[in-house]
Structure formats: structure tokens, C-alpha cells
Design a protein. Structure first.
Length: 180
């Protein structure tokens, strides 16, 4: 009679499996944790732009801020810079919140406060009105406010999801600024 070898693994006592089950339960519980949320911050005096080091308060037009799951938020002296970072495929930090200013309420020359969730805002692309980086992409809480701005200053109204990297291209920098 031939002996049959079982391909089954040797039995382990249940107590040896408990630490593995506990670790798996912790990992699954972490998956169900609510996402970190971040409220917009008022710009600190002397706040510098994360991309170019420009002092935000020295320039007109809409500002932006991005909050991550770790570390301090980044501030931007222009929404074009915020979009150029968010829309790049190599962006590796986990973004938990993006804010821009509602330019229907904020003073263009000295914007302060009036923060809104950038992903829910409506933007005017193609307007010649300038921010710190030349023509900018102002955000508005309502499509009606964005449409009024576009009617007065030119441009096309788009929701956040329809703004493309090509629309906010920063290449060329000051060579695109005819005032210099």
C-alpha cells in the first residue's frame, strides 16, 4: 500500500494566528478613518508663495492654499500656480483641501479672506486681468458671479474639473508679461 503525503500545511495553534488577525483588524479600521479635514487659514503676514517665494501680500489678484495630510499648507500668490501644482501628474503629496478666494467678495488689489473650497468654485479662464503671475484665473463661489466677471473682463467660465494644465501654463514666466 502506497503512502499518501498530504500537501496541507502543518496546523498552527489558534493562539499563533491571533496577532496576525489583530494587525489585519487595525489596518482595516484605519481604512475606515475619516479623512483629515483642514479649514482655510488667513494668510500670515509676510507669507511667501510655495513655488516662487514671492510675498503674497505684495500682489493683487486671487490667492490659494493647499493643505496636505502631513505638514504645513502651501500658499500661492496666484491661482495659476495652485492649478499648475494640483494638475501635474507627478504631484505626490496627498491633498486634503484646496482653497481659493471668492473674487466676487474679495478686494482685487488687496485680497484678504473670503476663502472657498477651490474644487467647488467656478473659474474665469482667458481674462486679461492680472494677478501676480500675469493674467490669472479668478475663482467665484457661484457661476452667476463668474459669468458677470467674464462679461465685464472677458474669459470663459469653467468649473474646477474642466481647468486644464495648458490653461494655467506657467512656462515662459516674465516673458509673457508685456509690462516688464
Amino acid at each position: 500500500m502506497k503512502q499518501v503525503h498530504s500537501s496541507r500545511l502543518p496546523r498552527r495553534p489558534f493562539s499563533a494566528i491571533i496577532p496576525t488577525l489583530f494587525a489585519a483588524a487595525l489596518l482595516l479600521a484605519a481604512c475606515n478613518e475619516p479623512a483629515k479635514t483642514a479649514l482655510p487659514l488667513e494668510l500670515p503676514d509676510g507669507a511667501a508663495c510655495a513655488l516662487d517665494g514671492m510675498i503674497l501680500g505684495d500682489f493683487p489678484g486671487p490667492k490659494a492654499q493647499i493643505h496636505y495630510d502631513r505638514g504645513e499648507p502651501d500658499f500661492f500668490c496666484d491661482t495659476r500656480e495652485m492649478f499648475s501644482l494640483v494638475l501635474r501628474p507627478e504631484q505626490q503629496k496627498r491633498i486634503v483641501a484646496i482653497y481659493t478666494q471668492d473674487m466676487a467678495k474679495a478686494d482685487w488689489e488687496h485680497p484678504d479672506g473670503h476663502w472657498l473650497d477651490a474644487r467647488s468654485a467656478f473659474y474665469v479662464v482667458g481674462s486679461p486681468r492680472r494677478g501676480s503671475m500675469g493674467p490669472t484665473v479668478p475663482g467665484f463661489a457661484s457661476a452667476a458671479d463668474a459669468a458677470r466677471y467674464a462679461e465685464q473682463h472677458g474669459g470663459k467660465v469653467l468649473p474646477f474639473a474642466e481647468v486644464t494644465l495648458e490653461m494655467v501654463d506657467l512656462s515662459g514666466g516674465v516673458s509673457h508679461d508685456e509690462r516688464m
